[in-house]
Design a binder for this molecule. Structure first.
Ligand code: MF3
Ligand code: CO
Ligand code: CO
Length: 293
C-alpha cells in the first residue's frame, strides 16, 4: 500500500499527498456553491483574488469619504466637496463610479444628500449652513473593483429630528452588520433594521435597497432594509452593501422630475443613511469600507 508521503504513482516526482491523493478539495465544494449561487440567485461568490481587489477599492472609498467629510463645514458648497473627492480619486488612480452612471447619466463624482433628501442628491452650488445634516456617498472603481460607502455629517447644531435619523440609521447599519455570518438568511437584515427603526418611531424607506457590489456597481442580490421573505442563506465570498435609509416621518419618497435623481421625502421630514460594503467570511464578516464614526 502506497503511503501519503511516497512518490505519486503518476511519476510526477511529487509526494502522493501533494499530487493525486484523493481528498475533499475545499475549493471543489466551494466551486459547487459558487455555481449554485450564480445559477439560483445570480450572486457572484468572489475568489480570494477578487476579494483582495474589492478590499483595496473599499479601503480607498472609505479614505476618500473620511477626507471629504472633514471638508464639510458651513460655507462650503456641495460642488466643492464633489471636486475635492474627484481629485482624491484621480490621485489614487481610481474612477468615481457615479460619474456618468445610469440614465440620464449622473453628472457628479459623489452623491450629497441634504436634510429631506433620501439619497442620490447631486452636488451643486448649495452652500452648507448651520443646522444641515448631510450624507456623502462615495463609490470608487479601483483596478476594475467597486467599493461603496457613505456616512453623515452634522453642520453645527441640528434639530432633534435630524439627530434622530442620523443616530437611528447608524444603529440600523451597525446592528444589521453584527449578525452577518454564513447561513443566516438575507431577510434577517431587514428584520433587524425594521425592528430597531420602528422602535425608535422612524420609518424605513422601501423604494431603494442595498445591493451586491464588487465586480459591478449594482449586482444581485437586492437587499431590502425592511421585513421581507428573501430566504437566501449568506455564503462566504458574498460582497454586498447595507445602506438603510431611515425617515423621521413617512417612508414615501419621490424623485425630482427635473433631474430624475434626487429622491426627497414626500412629507419634507429628515432622512438619514450610512453605508458599508461587507464581505461574508468563513465564520463571520469583514467590513471592506472601514470608515469610523
Ligand atoms: N452609491 C449609491 C449606492 O449606494 C448609488 C449612487 S448612483 C448615482 O448604491 F448615480 F446616483 F450616483
Ligand atoms: Co450602495
Ligand atoms: Co453608495
Amino acid at each position: 500500500m502506497i503511503g501519503r508521503n511516497d512518490p505519486c504513482w503518476c511519476s510526477s516526482g511529487k509526494k502522493w499527498k501533494k499530487c493525486h491523493y484523493p481528498r475533499l478539495d475545499p475549493n471543489s465544494s466551494n466551486n459547487n456553491l459558487k455555481q449554485k449561487y450564480e445559477k439560483q440567485f445570480q450572486i457572484i461568490l468572489k475568489t480570494e483574488r477578487e476579494i483582495e481587489g474589492i478590499r483595496k477599492s473599499g479601503h480607498l472609498a472609505a479614505k476618500i469619504l473620511t477626507e471629504t467629510c472633514k471638508m464639510a463645514k458651513a460655507g462650503v458648497t456641495t460642488q466643492e466637496l464633489n471636486d475635492f473627492a474627484h481629485k482624491l480619486h484621480e490621485e489614487a488612480g481610481a474612477i468615481p463610479a457615479t460619474l456618468g452612471y445610469g440614465s440620464p447619466p449622473f453628472t457628479r463624482s459623489i452623491c450629497t444628500s441634504l436634510n429631506d433628501v433620501i439619497c442620490h442628491g447631486i452636488p451643486d452650488q448649495t452652500v452648507l449652513k448651520d443646522g444641515d445634516v448631510l450624507n456623502i456617498d462615495v463609490t470608487c472603481i479601483l483596478n476594475g473593483y467597486y467599493g461603496d460607502c457613505s456616512r453623515m455629517v452634522a453642520i453645527g447644531k441640528i434639530d432633534p429630528d435630524k439627530q434622530l435619523v442620523m443616530d437611528v440609521s447608524y444603529e440600523c447599519l451597525m446592528r444589521s452588520i453584527a449578525i452577518l455570518k454564513p447561513n443566516i438568511l438575507l431577510s434577517e437584515i431587514g428584520d433587524v433594521i425594521e425592528d430597531y427603526a420602528t422602535e425608535k418611531n422612524c420609518s424605513v424607506v422601501h423604494q431603494f435597497v442595498a445591493h451586491g457590489v464588487g465586480i459591478d456597481f449594482h449586482e444581485a442580490p437586492q437587499i431590502p432594509h425592511f421585513r421581507n421573505n428573501l430566504q437566501i442563506p449568506l455564503a462566504p465570498g458574498m460582497t454586498f452593501t447595507i445602506e438603510p435609509m431611515i425617515n423621521a416621518g413617512a417612508p414615501e419618497g419621490y424623485i425630482d422630475p427635473n433631474d430624475k435623481w434626487t429622491a426627497r421625502t414626500r412629507d419634507g421630514k429628515a432622512s438619514g443613511q450610512w453605508e458599508h460594503t461587507l464581505l461574508i467570511t468563513q465564520d463571520g464578516h469583514e467590513i471592506l469600507t472601514p470608515w469610523k464614526r
